[in-house]
Design a protein around this ligand. Sequence first.
Ligand SMILES: [Zn+2]
Length: 74
Amino acid sequence: MADNIVKLRPARPCPICGKPSSQQFHPFCSARCADIDLNRWLSGAYVIPAKQEPEEGEEEVDVVIPGGGDDEDD
Ligand SMILES: [Zn+2]
């Protein structure tokens, strides 16, 4: 009886590119695809909610103009 059938896990394609995944980078096919997936997670985890900065009151700038009598004739 030679029923030594080793059942291999069904090979799942790389979720990134669809290539057969490798055991080393399971479930991805390569480190690159694993990295891409990681970046996707990170980019999703760091979603910055759009902040609406409260509008500051109109800044009133008082421009002080020095008297224009600065002519010294001599
Ligand atoms: Zn891949």
